[in-house]
Design a protein around this ligand. Structure first.
Ligand code: HEM
Ligand code: NAG
Ligand code: NAG
Ligand code: NAG
Ligand code: NAG
Ligand code: NAG
Length: 560
């Protein structure tokens, strides 16, 4: 037993990224052999076979056996592992299968929520926490015992490798940079003006306004609105109006607007990184091994050049100019500022699009008609009330807020909090103690947390509607309790929480308010063969719906 423990301890120091990089860059065999040895065939053979066998044994030990022992170590502590979950092929095979079914891998862990759930990802163990009390303890340990794990560095991180999200909390001026980024996003007046104008433009362009009777693909409308709003907020209108020549998937150069080129490269990087072998060994995704990877490298260069140019012509009041100014004063290198801005731009695309899409889906469901009318009334009352600007009033719109928060609970767009143990530590929960080894990925599964009946009933309300139901009532009068309960964290919590929360929620509110107050009789058309599940609108899902807006006014109120 003691010797197993020692092996485990030894393993835990090895299971970080350095090792995976070694694997990517080649085998541990010696690279050249002395030619004079040719005349001594036996010795020659011996010299080849010995290191080869030693190498193979070492690989087996380092990657397979230790992994197996570590898994046993956790299983003995009562942590359940996903079935058929072996090194390399186990969980990854199932994950690939799930993506084909329009479900994400989170689906695996919402089936049976438990305190900690184990899986093997590539060559390392990944534990999923799905229980509020355990998540609370993990958040309290963030920065000291756990910190950001960075598989995304090899995915969309190729666009912005020095961005703060890839760094440990105590290095590279993380804290100062996070403060300047958060402050740079605070101008709600300007954000409101941009987002509302862009929503009006998108609704007009896609002929939702005044009820054209046309069938409108909501995904396309929201993509366009999100790109234009986020881009203008962060970089400014003239800066994002530039076109870039990037390579499309056929290898042809194509001129695209900055935000389209950025989003496409970002998405393609994510998809490339989720190919099977790149999930097994993350650093493989960043090497120029395939045509696709080289195409992406080219586009990254073009985008890097464009963002550097944009920083030479900052536009007044934009997030970019505010962050640049503050960071310059602190003496933070320009490359880091650039990467923080690029990450902030892409972090707000898919997430906000999915949140609006989920909110609209529930809003247009016939059984939620009552909610739609209540929200419309709330917005109209706020508009009619004397005093403050609409952006201030919208921050106190309890019914609209409850509806959006429930949509974020039901389908959190950021589904995992990717962390790993930076040293050995103990997690205590319900009188039970879990020993976690340094290097183990320990991830909060937001989906599972948001579905964990036991946590919600003990920490929020024993009498609420089941969590499988969409019911904004649970947030009415209870938002404070829920937000501080650790049962609900669509934006994470603690020192690594999302700096875009305020801006993100504001954008969603403004779009929904603009949509509702502008529209006539809208109904939703869901493709008949589309199944409903928890990860409906995430990036891997092609699930969608159309809306049709007739020109009959829906109610006297909406004509106002
Ligand atoms: C509805 C919209 C959004 C959702 C649901 C969302 C969700 C999340 C989540 C779950 C995390 C991980 C938090 C953690 O580890 O504790 C995160 C981190 C982050 N988000 Fe967002 N986000 C959204 C919008 C935005 C926007 C608009 C920005 C633009 C600034 C942004 C920038 C970031 C950054 C830079 C991080 C990394 C923070 C760190 O590593 O310390 N997000 N977000
Ligand atoms: C996933 O979505 C795509 C596109 O909508 C569809 O063709 C496919 O049949 C869906 N798969 C499942 C299992 O629903
Ligand atoms: C659409 O409706 C708005 C009022 O919501 C009105 O001002 C505008 O003239 C209408 N446009 C058309 C083309 O009917
Ligand atoms: C970003 O690009 C991907 C791939 O082209 C697309 O599916 C997605 O809808 C785009 N998102 C936005 C916000 O434009
Ligand atoms: C919330 O509180 C108000 C009064 O403060 C009450 O009228 C309402 O019924 C409450 N709603 C819920 C869902 O508890
Ligand atoms: C669902 O319908 C769409 C459009 O008719 C079609 O492209 C898709 O293949 C269908 N999916 C399934 C699973 O039948």
């Amino acid at each position: 037993m003691a010797s197993v423990m020692e092996q485990i301890q030894f393993l835990s120091n090895l299971s970080g990224f350095g090792e995976q990089r070694d694997l990517a860059s080649g085998s541990p065999l010696p690279s050249s052999i002395d030619p004079t040895l040719d005349s001594k065939p036996h010795l020659w053979a011996y010299l080849v076979i010995a290191p080869t066998s030693a190498g193979l044994i070492w690989i087996f030990w380092a990657y397979v056996l230790k992994l197996y022992l570590l898994r046993r170590f956790y299983e003995k502590q009562g942590i359940r592992f996903v079935n058929k979950c072996y090194a390399v092929v186990g969980a990854e095979m199932r994950v690939s299968g799930l993506q084909g079914k329009n479900k994400s891998h989170d689906w695996l862990y919402t089936e049976r929520p438990t305190d900690l759930y184990g899986t093997v990802r590539g060559f390392s163990v990944q534990l999923y926490s799905t229980d509020a009390a355990l998540c609370e303890e993990l958040i309290a340990k963030t920065g000291r015992h756990v910190d950001r794990d960075t598989p995304a560095l090899f995915s969309f991180g190729r666009l912005s490798p020095y961005a703060l999200t890839f760094l440990p909390i105590d290095k590279w001026r993380f804290r100062e940079r996070k403060v300047t980024l958060t402050r740079g996003m605070k101008d709600n007046r300007r954000l409101y003006e941009i987002v509302e104008r862009q929503a009006e433009l998108a609704l007009a362009r896609f002929r939702v306004k005044n009820g054209s009777g046309a069938t409108i693909n909501i995904r396309e409308l929201l993509n366009s609105w999100t790109r234009e709003s986020s881009g203008e907020f962060i970089w400014g209108r003239s800066n994002i109006n530039r076109h870039l020549e990037v390579l499309d998937t056929d290898g042809q150069l194509k001129a695209l607007p900055f935000m389209t080129a950025l989003n496409q490269t970002f998405t393609d990087l994510r998809f490339y990184a989720s190919r099977f072998w790149n999930r097994v060994c993350f650093p493989l995704a960043s090497l120029p091994l395939t045509k696709e990877s080289r195409r992406l490298d080219y586009n990254i260069k073009i985008l890097t050049k464009a963002t550097e140019d944009m920083m030479k012509t900052p536009e007044d009041q934009t997030v970019a100019s505010l962050v640049q100014e503050a960071n310059d004063e602190l003496g933070i290198p320009i490359g880091m500022t650039r990467d923080d801005l690029v990450t902030a731009t892409i972090a707000g695309l898919d997430t906000i699009k999915s949140t609006v899409m989920g909110t609209l889906f529930h809003l247009l469901e016939p059984e939620n008609e009552v909610w739609k009318n209540r929200i419309l009334k709330e917005i109209n009352d706020l508009k009619a009330a004397p005093g403050d600007d609409m952006f201030v009033k919208l921050s106190h719109a309890p019914i609209l807020s409850a509806f959006i928060l429930e949509a974020l609970r039901y389908e959190p767009p950021g589904s995992l909090i990717n962390n790993a143990a930076v040293k050995d530590f103990e997690l205590t929960h319900r009188g039970r103690q879990y020993n976690i080894k340094s290097g183990t990925r320990i991830v909060t599964c937001i989906h599972a947390l948001h579905q964990n009946e036991e946590s919600w009933r003990s920490r929020v309300d024993p009498d609420m509607a089941p969590l499988t139901e969409f019911d904004p009532n649970r947030f009415l009068n209870k938002t404070e309790t829920i937000v501080s309960s650790y049962c609900f964290m669509p934006f994470g919590k603690g020192p690594r929480r999302c700096p875009g929360q305020g801006a993100g929620v504001m954008m969603v509110k403004v779009f929904i308010a603009t949509f509702l107050t502008n529209n006539y009789n809208c109904r939703m058309i869901v493709p008949e063969n589309q199944t409903k599940d928890v990860t409906w609108f995430n990036i891997y899902s092609k699930a969608t719906f159309d809306i049709v807006c007739d020109d009959k006014p829906e109610s006297p109120e909406s004509e106002k």
